[in-house]
Design a protein around this ligand. Structure first.
Ligand code: WTA
Length: 647
């Protein structure tokens, strides 16, 4: 049974870095005196030239500007690698666990250094210079991490594109960032299957508007035969073979861009969220240490993909800046069987595990298979990220993976926040299943109503953040106006998260989910607008509206309403074709779960689609449609209800 309060276990308290008293005092200090607080914690990094200025931020309309440590110089890759070499050159940095359980090996910090330096030199040889953008479309292999660190080393701005994205999505991201080089591999492996990465890149580069790429750097992974065009393609092993394993890290200003990562919003194309160097790395490293209670002998495993922000902050940057030993997992939790996560924990003696509710729910559906054959008794702390975790899944994770011994840190954050914002600390916070609990140091969350009034006490509202923190995104690449518009215009002088939340009587936050047109499908963020534009690009579709609906495993499923163009009769074959079309145009993660053909969509008299109604019907809550009197043609709704697909 799910209890509603889990106090910090004594054993966890005894060795924790931060106690509740520490938390309360440090939090107070962090919001009362952000300059001195962050000046102190900025010192956790090695600076080439120490900063003298700390916080210089403004959320005011038309003047949004975010700068931290702005006169300091440092290099992220130096901080993640070189500075550990003095004492820990032979410490294991990365433990690779392949898609196949037969494949695993480890590399030390020294080996990481040498690999990164060679690739960095290779990129230079291809003409990549400080400030240039480099697209990275890689499998979850060590080469992906080396590639990102190599960019950071020479001051190039990486733009990682998740390996599940399709050629069109790759092309869009290249065009927007004007990347000079793209780094990829022959193929990726995932769950016993392969993904044709190089072929996808070839198709993306063939699009006429993709003109910025001068070279495609290709790593061998599966050794598959791939098309190779010597005019543009370069094999990584050939390029780096004779290059030195030393490459002086570039001195970067704290506010120089470190990376761009595209994410979905409620309107238009994905936006390139831009993070800079000093503040981001300080925040990623500090949150990783305190939230997962990291000690030098920990074996840390974040089971995310480097294609998402979690892989950036909690694989490539935070843990490496802290000199952690970590598992890098190429595969999926359910392959070759649902015991994989527990098996990997036992195999590598993992002490900290960070995964997503969707993975937990998928395992939960498998009965006792996930935990029958493994012990997991090395685990001390477990994390959850990406979407709200329902108390049933929380409890299952706690009891069956964590043997009822490990605190669960339910970490709320976003691509735009750079690092975790609301979270328990293992040794400090009593847990309530389903609640992300309290803010991290320096984070001032608040709840606002539709008119922008801040709400007090135990209440529901829209989640805003009142002031800046070092890990905050600085802009949307090439479009600062959109940055202001998206995050700072709904509520003047506040950062609007796009999420709703409830605060309870103990001041704990419970994230209730997006309040905008962004879906969260298996922890992946997808804009309904993006899926709609892929749909209407299909020759048989006249109009499309996409909404989410509750889904047992994915959290949210994708419910698609489509009207066929005149003369087209929708049948099963067309439905199948449309499903494949979206996979191909956008990504398999955007595959519609339910496709509802209709002759009309509910619209207001001014022609605006009433999504509120479509959401209710998709959720099978059509009894509570609310006011439909403003509809141009109310009979459309009866027809939709009658033919609804989720019953
Ligand atoms: C959701 C992922 C509830 C939220 C790090 C947010 C969560 C969006 C949690 C960002 C959580 C993330 N509880 N909801 N612990 N973590 N979310 O940019 O809606 O891929 O706005 O970053 O995921 O997704 P993104």
């Amino acid at each position: 049974m799910t209890k509603n309060l889990y106090p910090v276990p004594q054993a966890v308290k005894d060795r924790a870095l931060i106690s509740n008293e520490d938390y309360l005092a440090m939090y107070q200090e962090s919001v009362a005196n952000p300059d001195s607080f962050w000046a102190e914690h900025g010192k956790r990094l090695d600076w080439i030239k120490p900063f003298t200025q700390v916080k210089n931020t403004c959320f005011e309309p038309n003047k949004v500007s975010i700068k931290w440590f702005e006169d300091g110089l440092l290099n992220a890759s130096y901080n993640c690698i070189d500075r550990h070499l003095k004492d820990n050159a032979n410490k294991t940095a990365l433990i690779f666990e392949g898609d196949s359980p037969e494949v695993s090996y480890s590399v030390t910090y020294q080996q990481v250094h040498d690999n990164v330096a060679k690739i960095a030199n290779g990129l230079k040889k291809l003409g990549v210079e400080k400030g240039d953008r480099v697209a990275v479309y890689m499998p979850m292999t060590l080469d992906a991490i080396y590639a990102m660190q190599a960019c950071a080393r020479i001051g190039a701005v990486h733009s990682v594109i998740f390996g599940g994205f399709s050629p069109n999505a790759i092309a869009d991201r290249i065009v927007d960032s004007q990347a000079k080089v793209i780094i990829t591999a022959d193929e990726a492996r995932r769950g016993g299957r392969t993904v044709p990465l190089k072929a996808n890149v070839d198709e993306a580069l063939a699009r006429k508007d993709v003109t910025s790429i001068t070279h495609c750097l290709v790593f061998k992974n599966t050794q598959a035969d791939v098309d190779f065009d010597p005019a543009i393609d370069v094999w990584a092993h050939e390029l780096t073979a004779d290059l030195p394993a030393v490459c002086e890290p570039e001195a970067m200003n704290a506010e120089d861009p470190l990376f761009i990562l595209y994410t979905s919003g409620s309107t238009g194309k994905p936006k390139g969220v831009m993070h800079t160097t000093g503040g981001y790395l300080t925040y990623a490293s500090m949150t990783q240490e305190f939230i997962f209670d990291i000690h030098p002998d920990d074996i840390y495993w974040c089971a995310a993909d480097v294609g998402w922000i979690t892989g950036h902050s909690y694989i490539v940057y935070g843990p490496m800046a802290n000199g952690c030993t970590q598992v890098i997992f190429e595969g999926v939790p359910t392959y070759p069987s649902s015991s994989r996560i527990g098996d990997v924990v036992d195999k590598h003696q993992v002490t900290v595990l960070y995964t997503a509710p969707t993975a937990i729910r998928a395992l939960m559906a498998k009965g006792d298979e996930p935990y029958a054959t493994n012990k997991r008794d090395t685990l001390r702390v477990m994390g959850s990220v990406g979407e709200p975790i329902n108390p049933e899944a929380w409890n299952w994770y706690y009891e069956n993976i964590g043997n009822s011994q490990c605190p669960i840190v339910d970490t709320w954050w976003q691509t735009e926040t750079g690092g975790i914002m609301i979270t328990p600390l293992p040794g400090a916070t009593d847990l309530k299943p389903g609640s992300a609990t309290r803010p991290f140091f320096g984070v001032q969350p608040a709840l606002a109503d539709a008119d922008g009034n801040l709400l007090e006490g135990a209440i529901d509202g829209n989640l805003v953040i009142l002031d800046s923190w070092p890990g905050q995104a600085r802009t949307i690449y090439g479009d600062h106006e959109r940055f202001e518009q998206t995050y700072f215009s709904t509520y003047a002088n506040r950062y609007f998260t796009g999420d709703g939340a409830r605060r309870d009587e103990d001041g704990y936050f419970w994230i209730t989910g997006r309040v905008d047109d962004v879906l969260n499908v298996s922890g992946h963020r997808l804009g309904t607008a993006e899926i709609e534009s892929a749909l209407v690009a299909h020759e048989s579709i006249a109009e499309a509206a996409v909404v989410g609906y509750p889904h047992d495993i994915k959290g949210q499923g994708i419910y698609v309403y489509v009207t066929p163009v005149e003369g087209i009769e929708a049948d099963e074959e067309l439905t199948k074709a449309v499903r494949n079309w979206v996979r191909k145009e956008l990504s398999p993660i955007a595959t519609p779960d339910l496709i509802h053909w209709t002759t009309g969509l509910p619209k207001t008299r001014s022609g605006k689609i009433m999504r509120r109604i479509l959401r209710k019907i998709a959720a099978n809550e059509h009894q509570a449609l609310g006011d439909t009197s403003t509809l141009a043609d109310p009979s459309v709704v009866d027809d939709l209800i009658e033919n609804r697909l989720n019953r």
